[in-house]
Design a protein around this ligand. Sequence first.
Ligand code: AQP
Length: 328
Amino acid sequence: MRIFSGIQPTGRKHLGNYIGAIRQYVEGQDRGDAVYCVVDLHATTVPYEPAELRRYVLDTTAMMLAAELDPDRCILFRQSDVREHTELCWLLCSVTAHGDLNRMHQFREKSARQRELISAGLFFYPVLQAADILAYRTDEVPVGDDQRQHIELTRDIAERFNERFGDTLKVPRHRIPEVGARIMDLQSPEQKMSTTAASEQGTIYVTDPEAAVVKKVKSAVTDSGAEVVRAPDKPGISNLIEVLAVVRGSDPGEIEDEFHGARYGDFKQAVAHEVIAYLAPVRERYDELRGDEDRLEAILRDGAEKARNIASEVLEDVRARMGVGSSP
Ligand code: AQP
Protein backbone atom coordinates (compact mmCIF):
# COMPACT_ATOMS: atom_id res chain seq x y z
CA MET A 1 0.00 0.00 0.00
CA ARG A 2 1.32 3.44 -0.93
CA ILE A 3 0.84 6.24 1.61
CA PHE A 4 1.51 9.85 0.58
CA SER A 5 1.14 13.18 2.32
CA GLY A 6 2.55 16.70 2.06
CA ILE A 7 3.24 19.31 4.68
CA GLN A 8 3.84 23.03 4.23
CA PRO A 9 7.15 24.57 5.26
CA THR A 10 5.40 27.29 7.23
CA GLY A 11 7.96 27.75 10.00
CA ARG A 12 6.89 26.41 13.35
CA LYS A 13 4.59 23.40 13.35
CA HIS A 14 1.78 23.35 15.89
CA LEU A 15 0.10 20.67 17.99
CA GLY A 16 -2.73 20.38 15.42
CA ASN A 17 -0.25 19.56 12.63
CA TYR A 18 1.48 17.09 14.92
CA ILE A 19 -1.64 15.29 16.11
CA GLY A 20 -3.66 15.50 12.89
CA ALA A 21 -0.89 14.69 10.44
CA ILE A 22 2.71 14.09 11.56
CA ARG A 23 1.74 11.41 14.10
CA GLN A 24 -0.05 9.54 11.30
CA TYR A 25 2.98 9.88 8.99
CA VAL A 26 5.12 8.10 11.57
CA GLU A 27 2.59 5.26 11.91
CA GLY A 28 2.40 5.06 8.11
CA GLN A 29 5.98 3.80 8.00
CA ASP A 30 4.80 0.56 9.64
CA ARG A 31 1.73 0.17 7.47
CA GLY A 32 2.98 0.70 3.95
CA ASP A 33 5.27 2.27 1.47
CA ALA A 34 5.34 5.84 2.80
CA VAL A 35 6.20 8.95 0.78
CA TYR A 36 6.23 12.41 2.42
CA CYS A 37 6.87 15.74 0.84
CA VAL A 38 7.67 19.22 2.14
CA VAL A 39 5.52 21.29 -0.18
CA ASP A 40 7.54 24.44 -0.78
CA LEU A 41 5.67 25.25 -4.02
CA HIS A 42 2.41 25.45 -2.09
CA ALA A 43 4.04 27.96 0.25
CA THR A 44 4.62 30.36 -2.67
CA THR A 45 0.87 30.86 -3.15
CA VAL A 46 0.77 33.42 -0.32
CA PRO A 47 3.22 36.29 0.34
CA TYR A 48 6.59 34.89 1.50
CA GLU A 49 10.32 35.64 1.70
CA PRO A 50 12.55 33.45 -0.53
CA ALA A 51 15.38 33.13 2.02
CA GLU A 52 12.91 32.25 4.77
CA LEU A 53 11.28 29.60 2.60
CA ARG A 54 14.60 27.72 2.24
CA ARG A 55 15.07 27.90 6.00
CA TYR A 56 11.53 26.77 6.73
CA VAL A 57 11.92 23.73 4.47
CA LEU A 58 14.86 22.65 6.64
CA ASP A 59 12.92 23.45 9.84
CA THR A 60 10.05 21.25 8.68
CA THR A 61 12.39 18.48 7.53
CA ALA A 62 14.12 18.48 10.93
CA MET A 63 10.71 18.42 12.61
CA MET A 64 9.63 15.37 10.60
CA LEU A 65 12.84 13.54 11.48
CA ALA A 66 12.48 14.56 15.13
CA ALA A 67 8.99 13.04 15.09
CA GLU A 68 10.74 9.82 14.02
CA LEU A 69 10.34 9.68 10.30
CA ASP A 70 13.21 7.47 9.22
CA PRO A 71 14.68 8.13 5.75
CA ASP A 72 15.50 4.41 5.51
CA ARG A 73 11.82 3.53 5.99
CA CYS A 74 10.13 6.29 4.03
CA ILE A 75 10.82 8.70 1.20
CA LEU A 76 11.13 12.29 2.43
CA PHE A 77 11.71 15.01 -0.16
CA ARG A 78 11.16 18.63 -1.18
CA GLN A 79 8.31 19.12 -3.65
CA SER A 80 10.15 21.52 -5.97
CA ASP A 81 13.00 19.00 -6.44
CA VAL A 82 10.62 16.71 -8.36
CA ARG A 83 9.43 18.72 -11.34
CA GLU A 84 6.91 16.08 -12.31
CA HIS A 85 4.55 17.63 -9.74
CA THR A 86 4.22 20.92 -11.62
CA GLU A 87 3.89 19.22 -14.99
CA LEU A 88 1.17 16.92 -13.72
CA CYS A 89 -0.59 19.89 -12.13
CA TRP A 90 -0.92 21.55 -15.52
CA LEU A 91 -2.07 18.36 -17.22
CA LEU A 92 -4.71 17.78 -14.53
CA CYS A 93 -6.09 21.29 -15.06
CA SER A 94 -7.78 19.96 -18.17
CA VAL A 95 -9.99 17.67 -16.09
CA THR A 96 -10.53 20.06 -13.15
CA ALA A 97 -13.76 22.04 -13.03
CA HIS A 98 -13.35 25.76 -12.36
CA GLY A 99 -16.60 25.61 -10.37
CA ASP A 100 -15.15 22.94 -8.07
CA LEU A 101 -12.12 25.11 -7.29
CA ASN A 102 -14.45 28.00 -6.57
CA ARG A 103 -16.17 25.93 -3.90
CA MET A 104 -13.01 25.11 -1.91
CA HIS A 105 -13.39 26.37 1.67
CA GLN A 106 -9.66 26.89 2.10
CA PHE A 107 -9.45 29.19 -0.93
CA ARG A 108 -12.43 31.17 0.28
CA GLU A 109 -11.05 31.56 3.79
CA LYS A 110 -7.48 32.33 2.77
CA SER A 111 -8.43 34.75 0.01
CA ALA A 112 -10.78 36.58 2.38
CA ARG A 113 -7.86 37.03 4.82
CA GLN A 114 -5.38 38.06 2.12
CA ARG A 115 -4.50 41.74 2.28
CA GLU A 116 -2.02 41.63 -0.59
CA LEU A 117 -2.35 39.92 -3.98
CA ILE A 118 -4.76 36.97 -4.12
CA SER A 119 -2.64 34.80 -6.40
CA ALA A 120 -3.95 32.42 -9.04
CA GLY A 121 -1.64 29.94 -7.30
CA LEU A 122 -3.87 30.06 -4.22
CA PHE A 123 -6.83 29.19 -6.44
CA PHE A 124 -4.92 26.33 -8.15
CA TYR A 125 -3.47 25.03 -4.87
CA PRO A 126 -5.84 22.00 -4.76
CA VAL A 127 -4.82 20.96 -8.32
CA LEU A 128 -1.15 20.96 -7.36
CA GLN A 129 -2.10 19.01 -4.24
CA ALA A 130 -3.96 16.50 -6.42
CA ALA A 131 -0.86 16.20 -8.63
CA ASP A 132 1.34 15.60 -5.56
CA ILE A 133 -0.88 12.70 -4.53
CA LEU A 134 -1.70 11.21 -7.94
CA ALA A 135 1.95 11.22 -9.11
CA TYR A 136 2.62 8.35 -6.68
CA ARG A 137 -0.39 6.12 -7.39
CA THR A 138 -1.31 6.74 -3.77
CA ASP A 139 -3.77 4.52 -1.90
CA GLU A 140 -4.04 6.52 1.29
CA VAL A 141 -3.49 10.17 2.30
CA PRO A 142 -3.09 10.83 6.04
CA VAL A 143 -4.38 14.36 6.78
CA GLY A 144 -6.33 16.40 9.31
CA ASP A 145 -10.03 17.06 8.86
CA ASP A 146 -9.43 20.47 7.19
CA GLN A 147 -8.08 18.64 4.12
CA ARG A 148 -11.16 16.46 3.60
CA GLN A 149 -12.56 18.61 0.78
CA HIS A 150 -9.22 18.74 -1.07
CA ILE A 151 -8.88 14.95 -0.99
CA GLU A 152 -12.45 14.59 -2.28
CA LEU A 153 -11.49 16.89 -5.15
CA THR A 154 -8.37 14.80 -5.83
CA ARG A 155 -10.60 11.74 -6.13
CA ASP A 156 -12.93 13.58 -8.54
CA ILE A 157 -9.98 14.70 -10.67
CA ALA A 158 -8.56 11.15 -10.85
CA GLU A 159 -11.96 9.71 -11.73
CA ARG A 160 -12.58 12.33 -14.40
CA PHE A 161 -9.13 11.72 -15.87
CA ASN A 162 -9.72 7.95 -16.00
CA GLU A 163 -13.14 8.41 -17.64
CA ARG A 164 -11.76 10.81 -20.24
CA PHE A 165 -8.41 9.17 -21.04
CA GLY A 166 -8.72 5.58 -19.82
CA ASP A 167 -7.76 3.94 -16.56
CA THR A 168 -4.44 5.54 -15.56
CA LEU A 169 -4.59 7.14 -12.13
CA LYS A 170 -5.23 5.50 -8.78
CA VAL A 171 -8.15 7.02 -6.86
CA PRO A 172 -6.86 7.62 -3.33
CA ARG A 173 -8.74 7.73 -0.02
CA HIS A 174 -8.07 10.00 2.94
CA ARG A 175 -7.05 8.77 6.35
CA ILE A 176 -8.38 11.19 8.95
CA PRO A 177 -7.86 10.22 12.61
CA GLU A 178 -10.98 9.50 14.67
CA VAL A 179 -9.71 11.56 17.59
CA GLY A 180 -7.63 14.70 17.03
CA ALA A 181 -8.64 15.34 13.41
CA ARG A 182 -9.32 18.99 14.19
CA ILE A 183 -7.47 20.45 17.14
CA MET A 184 -8.96 23.80 18.00
CA ASP A 185 -7.35 27.11 18.90
CA LEU A 186 -7.10 27.41 22.70
CA GLN A 187 -8.25 31.03 22.68
CA SER A 188 -11.01 30.64 20.05
CA PRO A 189 -12.08 27.00 20.33
CA GLU A 190 -14.63 27.37 17.53
CA GLN A 191 -11.69 27.84 15.09
CA LYS A 192 -9.07 25.24 14.21
CA MET A 193 -5.53 25.68 15.52
CA SER A 194 -3.79 27.21 12.52
CA THR A 195 -0.47 28.57 11.32
CA THR A 196 -1.91 31.71 9.78
CA ALA A 197 -5.38 32.33 11.18
CA ALA A 198 -5.28 31.62 14.88
CA SER A 199 -3.76 33.48 17.83
CA GLU A 200 -0.22 33.00 19.13
CA GLN A 201 -1.60 32.44 22.64
CA GLY A 202 -4.10 29.87 21.39
CA THR A 203 -1.52 27.87 19.41
CA ILE A 204 0.84 25.36 21.00
CA TYR A 205 3.97 24.99 18.90
CA VAL A 206 5.90 21.73 19.00
CA THR A 207 9.04 23.71 19.90
CA ASP A 208 7.37 25.83 22.61
CA PRO A 209 9.29 25.88 25.90
CA GLU A 210 7.54 24.17 28.81
CA ALA A 211 6.56 27.42 30.52
CA ALA A 212 4.82 28.61 27.35
CA VAL A 213 2.79 25.39 27.09
CA VAL A 214 1.70 25.70 30.74
CA LYS A 215 0.69 29.33 30.23
CA LYS A 216 -1.25 28.61 27.03
CA VAL A 217 -3.14 25.63 28.44
CA LYS A 218 -3.91 27.40 31.74
CA SER A 219 -5.33 30.39 29.90
CA ALA A 220 -7.30 28.26 27.42
CA VAL A 221 -10.84 29.59 27.00
CA THR A 222 -13.39 27.26 28.57
CA ASP A 223 -16.99 27.82 29.67
CA SER A 224 -18.71 28.84 32.86
CA GLY A 225 -19.76 25.27 33.66
CA ALA A 226 -17.82 22.89 35.85
CA GLU A 227 -17.98 19.48 34.21
CA VAL A 228 -15.14 17.92 32.22
CA VAL A 229 -17.31 16.47 29.43
CA ARG A 230 -17.57 16.87 25.68
CA ALA A 231 -20.59 18.86 24.51
CA PRO A 232 -21.43 21.17 21.59
CA ASP A 233 -21.65 24.16 23.93
CA LYS A 234 -18.29 23.30 25.53
CA PRO A 235 -15.83 23.56 22.60
CA GLY A 236 -12.88 24.56 24.80
CA ILE A 237 -13.16 21.68 27.26
CA SER A 238 -14.05 19.24 24.46
CA ASN A 239 -10.85 20.25 22.66
CA LEU A 240 -8.68 19.73 25.74
CA ILE A 241 -10.30 16.30 26.32
CA GLU A 242 -9.41 15.28 22.75
CA VAL A 243 -5.86 16.57 23.13
CA LEU A 244 -5.35 14.61 26.34
CA ALA A 245 -6.88 11.47 24.80
CA VAL A 246 -4.48 11.58 21.84
CA VAL A 247 -1.47 12.34 23.99
CA ARG A 248 -2.27 9.38 26.24
CA GLY A 249 -3.37 7.12 23.41
CA SER A 250 -6.69 6.58 25.21
CA ASP A 251 -10.35 7.19 24.54
CA PRO A 252 -11.97 10.61 25.26
CA GLY A 253 -14.64 8.78 27.31
CA GLU A 254 -11.96 7.47 29.67
CA ILE A 255 -10.71 11.02 30.19
CA GLU A 256 -14.24 12.16 31.07
CA ASP A 257 -14.58 9.30 33.59
CA GLU A 258 -11.23 10.02 35.18
CA PHE A 259 -11.87 13.76 35.55
CA HIS A 260 -15.49 13.42 36.63
CA GLY A 261 -15.98 16.01 39.39
CA ALA A 262 -12.50 17.52 38.90
CA ARG A 263 -12.01 21.28 38.73
CA TYR A 264 -11.12 22.86 35.38
CA GLY A 265 -7.84 24.14 36.87
CA ASP A 266 -6.71 20.63 37.88
CA PHE A 267 -7.76 19.20 34.54
CA LYS A 268 -5.85 21.89 32.65
CA GLN A 269 -2.77 21.22 34.77
CA ALA A 270 -2.88 17.54 33.80
CA VAL A 271 -3.29 18.46 30.12
CA ALA A 272 -0.34 20.87 30.25
CA HIS A 273 1.95 18.35 31.94
CA GLU A 274 1.09 15.53 29.58
CA VAL A 275 1.40 17.68 26.46
CA ILE A 276 4.84 18.77 27.66
CA ALA A 277 5.92 15.15 28.22
CA TYR A 278 4.51 14.17 24.81
CA LEU A 279 6.37 16.88 22.92
CA ALA A 280 9.61 17.00 24.94
CA PRO A 281 11.46 14.20 23.09
CA VAL A 282 10.48 15.69 19.73
CA ARG A 283 11.69 19.13 20.78
CA GLU A 284 14.99 17.76 22.05
CA ARG A 285 15.65 15.76 18.89
CA TYR A 286 14.65 18.77 16.78
CA ASP A 287 17.30 20.93 18.46
CA GLU A 288 19.94 18.27 17.74
CA LEU A 289 18.91 17.65 14.12
CA ARG A 290 18.26 21.20 12.93
CA GLY A 291 21.94 22.23 13.18
CA ASP A 292 23.19 19.75 10.58
CA GLU A 293 21.91 21.40 7.40
CA ASP A 294 24.18 19.35 5.13
CA ARG A 295 22.60 16.15 6.41
CA LEU A 296 19.07 17.55 6.03
CA GLU A 297 19.82 18.58 2.43
CA ALA A 298 21.34 15.16 1.70
CA ILE A 299 18.22 13.40 3.02
CA LEU A 300 15.97 15.59 0.85
CA ARG A 301 18.16 15.05 -2.24
CA ASP A 302 18.20 11.32 -1.77
CA GLY A 303 14.44 11.29 -1.20
CA ALA A 304 13.85 13.37 -4.35
CA GLU A 305 15.74 10.86 -6.45
CA LYS A 306 13.60 8.00 -5.18
CA ALA A 307 10.41 10.04 -5.58
CA ARG A 308 11.33 11.05 -9.14
CA ASN A 309 11.71 7.39 -10.11
CA ILE A 310 8.09 6.76 -9.18
CA ALA A 311 6.58 10.03 -10.43
CA SER A 312 8.34 10.00 -13.81
CA GLU A 313 6.74 6.65 -14.72
CA VAL A 314 3.29 7.95 -13.85
CA LEU A 315 3.95 11.08 -15.91
CA GLU A 316 4.97 9.02 -18.90
CA ASP A 317 1.65 7.17 -18.73
CA VAL A 318 -0.32 10.40 -18.33
CA ARG A 319 1.45 12.11 -21.25
CA ALA A 320 0.94 9.09 -23.49
CA ARG A 321 -2.77 8.88 -22.62
CA MET A 322 -3.26 12.59 -23.20
CA GLY A 323 -1.41 12.62 -26.50
CA VAL A 324 1.10 15.26 -25.44
CA GLY A 325 4.81 15.13 -26.29
CA SER A 326 6.47 12.94 -28.89
CA SER A 327 5.19 9.38 -29.42
CA PRO A 328 6.18 7.11 -26.55
N1 AQP B 1 -5.90 22.17 13.81
C1 AQP B 1 -5.56 21.04 13.20
N2 AQP B 1 -5.93 19.85 13.71
C2 AQP B 1 -5.59 18.68 13.09
N3 AQP B 1 -4.85 18.64 11.95
C3 AQP B 1 -4.45 19.81 11.42
N4 AQP B 1 -3.72 20.12 10.32
C4 AQP B 1 -3.60 21.46 10.23
N5 AQP B 1 -4.24 22.05 11.25
C5 AQP B 1 -4.78 21.06 11.99
C6 AQP B 1 -3.14 19.13 9.41
O1 AQP B 1 -1.74 19.34 9.38
C7 AQP B 1 -1.25 18.93 8.11
C8 AQP B 1 -0.26 19.91 7.59
O2 AQP B 1 -0.92 21.13 7.30
P1 AQP B 1 -0.34 22.20 6.31
O3 AQP B 1 0.63 21.60 5.41
O4 AQP B 1 -1.49 22.96 5.75
O5 AQP B 1 0.50 23.10 7.27
P2 AQP B 1 0.18 24.54 7.78
O6 AQP B 1 -0.24 25.40 6.62
O7 AQP B 1 1.36 24.97 8.57
O8 AQP B 1 -1.00 24.23 8.75
P3 AQP B 1 -2.32 24.99 9.01
O9 AQP B 1 -2.43 25.23 10.44
O10 AQP B 1 -3.42 24.20 8.35
O11 AQP B 1 -2.16 26.40 8.32
P4 AQP B 1 -3.28 27.31 7.78
O12 AQP B 1 -4.46 27.24 8.70
O13 AQP B 1 -2.64 28.62 7.73
O14 AQP B 1 -3.60 26.75 6.42
C9 AQP B 1 -2.47 18.73 7.20
O15 AQP B 1 -2.69 17.35 7.02
C10 AQP B 1 -3.60 19.35 7.98
O16 AQP B 1 -4.82 18.68 7.74
